[in-house]
Design a protein around this ligand. Structure first.
Ligand code: ATP
Ligand code: MG
Length: 561
């Protein structure tokens, strides 16, 4: 696999690994994993974690597992598993034969729980969920011990087996670690390890009535897989002593080193799964792969490449402080990548008809146009020219201001790759007053040459020959939210950008785009970067998504905040 992404600069995680290798901790191995819960599609924040974990394995000649952390049946599904597998692979990473599921460890995890009971380190507690909460105490007050804390090992084993066998109602009992109800770290106050939950699991079906809590399953799954560096986001810092406590008692030899880094947040979008699920379920977007979504599937459909996403992740690096990364940085990486590799083409988004009065009727000629101005190896294409053309409506103004470098009464412009034309007259809709057609003349001596008399023209505009044009639908995307940090607002939906999608049903593209390969990207000259929609673009009827505008020129929308 080729990896054009520059190696990430060093950071505190790499410093830790370097030190571990120097002291031959974990026998000099580096084993990481990416452990998503399959309860949603992965997003740009997950991509950061993917690039980090797989990137470390690649850099240090180690391994990185893909593990579905599927211990909570609620909301998990095979659809999500499949999307995660597709998306991680598309990002450019490979786990070889190391695809794991935490649910495959359920039997082992149960045996571990039994072992803890036998050691006197866990007990069955029969307080109600509310009572457990009340006993937990707070940051300022210690917790109180459960009256069931002193149950005998025999009684605990018996009750735990019967929990598994389905003898009790949901919530009647839980298995708790026996640690310390006065611990300053609330996580250590006899945390719950197992609960009764009658909910079918997408892989194990109705086989289990009790499910391990994430905190119990996650650290043991890492240890079972021989993970050396268990990298996670900062919110798990307080859980680290619990993970160490559990693993110390059960598979001490395999204790991974947990390293926390700051979760990625990106401006003008949300990355919490709960909120992304809400956007999809309530129909605020057209599914998980809507090109406005920060999901990997959405970004792929929008036209972002894996290279661009990887270079963004390398650019932001890893740190210990949470921060909000500007969406413009991601867009910058996307633009840089497309500028290099996207072939150029002409497409008119809001067409205005132009008749070249002195060009012979029925005549067509072809211009050789470079596919990339700086990359001759990308070749040329032939673009037809004829008497009737379309230009961009905004490239003509009846009363242009002085600095307007385009067409207007008395003005001349160059048609990109073709001739200089001069305005002659216009036709208006009688009722609306809208300009419906322009008449111009062309200067035959300017075929790809400057005017012989040295006169200056106003500018260069793009065009498409009407007789040869391909009708295309173009979808213009803008940011999904109008404020920088919608994730921090409880009522975040209030800040949805009502103009995040504008559909232009009739655009005219040059004929070469007729059968644009779904997923292929272009620079529409002067307009932006576009990508043929991977789902809805069809031969003869292309549909293009705007990936990013040419420059960082997103329409500024007045936020309510
Ligand atoms: P939730 O939003 O419900 O907390 P999650 O996004 O943490 O869910 P997981 O499936 O648990 O979802 O995440 C898998 C891995 O991706 C974890 O190791 C997590 O630390 C990492 N991860 C998730 N979100 C981000 C983020 N925004 N930035 C960096 N890493 C992330
Ligand atoms: Mg999480």
């Amino acid at each position: 696999m080729t990896d054009p992404t520059p190696p990430a600069a060093t950071d505190f995680i790499r410093d830790i690994i370097d030190e571990d290798l120097r002291t031959v901790r974990h026998a000099g191995r580096v084993a990481t994993r990416f452990p998503p819960e399959p309860n949603g599609y992965i997003h740009i924040g997950h991509a950061k974690s993917v690039c980090l974990n797989f990137g470390l394995a690649r850099q240090y000649g180690g391994t990185c597992n893909l593990r579905l952390d599927d211990t909570d049946p609620a909301g998990e599904s095979m659809e999500f598993v499949e999307s995660i597998i597709r998306d991680v692979r598309w990002l450019g990473f490979d786990w070889e034969d190391r695809l794991f599921y935490a649910s495959d460890y359920f039997e082992k995890l149960f045996a571990f729980a039994v072992e803890l009971i036998k050691k006197g380190d866990a007990y069955v507690c029969s307080l109600s969920p509310d009572e457990i909460r009340e006993h937990r105490g707070s940051f300022t007050e210690p917790g109180r011990e459960s009256p069931y804390r002193s149950r005998s090992v025999e009684e605990n084993l018996d009750l735990f087996e019967r929990m598994r066998a389905g003898e009790f109602a949901d919530g009647a009992h839980v298995l708790r670690a026996k640690i310390d109800m006065a611990a300053p770290n609330i996580v250590m106050r006899d945390p719950i390890l197992y609960r009764i939950k009658r909910e079918p699991h997408y892989r194990t079906g109705a086989q289990w009535i009790i499910y391990p809590m994430y905190d119990f399953a996650h650290c043991l799954s890492d240890a079972l897989e021989g993970i050396t560096h268990s990298i996670c986001t900062l919110e798990f810092e307080n859980n680290r002593p619990l993970y160490d406590w559990i693993v110390e008692r059960l598979i001490a030899a395999n204790r991974p080193k947990q390293i926390e880094f700051a979760r990625l947040s990106v401006s003008y979008t949300v990355l919490s799964k709960r909120r992304l699920i809400q956007l999809v379920q309530e129909g605020h977007v057209r599914g998980w792969d809507d090109p406005r979504m920060p999901t990997v599937s959405g970004m792929r459909r929008r036209g972002f490449s894996p290279e661009a996403i990887r270079s963004f992740c390398a650019e932001i690096g890893v740190a210990k402080n949470d921060n909000l990364v500007d969406m413009a940085l991601l867009e910058h990486c996307v633009r840089d990548d497309l500028n290099e590799r996207a072939p150029r083409a002409m497409c008119v988004l809001r067409p205005l008809k132009v008749v070249i009065d002195n060009y012979p009727e029925g005549q067509t000629e072809e211009f050789d146009c470079a596919n990339h101005p700086q990359r001759p190896e990308m070749g040329t294409r032939k673009v037809p020219f004829s008497r009737v053309l379309y230009i961009e409506r905004e490239d003509f103004m009846e009363e242009p201001p002085r600095k307007y470098n385009r067409l207007g009464p008395g003005r001349e412009v160059r048609l990109r790759n073709a001739y200089v034309i001069k305005f002659a007259s216009l036709v208006k809709d009688e009722k609306t007053g809208e300009v419906t057609e322009l008449h111009c003349s062309y200067d035959p001596a300017t075929r790809n040459a400057p005017p012989a008399d040295g006169r200056k023209v106003q500018g260069v505009i793009h065009w498409v020959s009407a007789a040869h044009a391909v009708s295309a639908e173009v979808r213009l995307y803008d940011r999904l939210f109008t404020i920088e940090d919608p994730g921090s607002e409880e009522d975040f939906l209030q800040y949805l950008n009502p103009q995040s999608l504008e559909i232009l049903p009739v655009c005219y593209a040059e004929p070469g785009l007729q059968n644009a390969e779904p997923g292929s990207a272009y620079q529409f000259e002067r307009v932006g970067y576009f990508c043929a929609d991977e789902k809805e673009s069809q031969p003869g009827r292309p549909v293009f998504n705007r990936v990013v505008p040419l420059r960082d020129s997103w329409t500024k929308i007045a936020g309510k905040g």
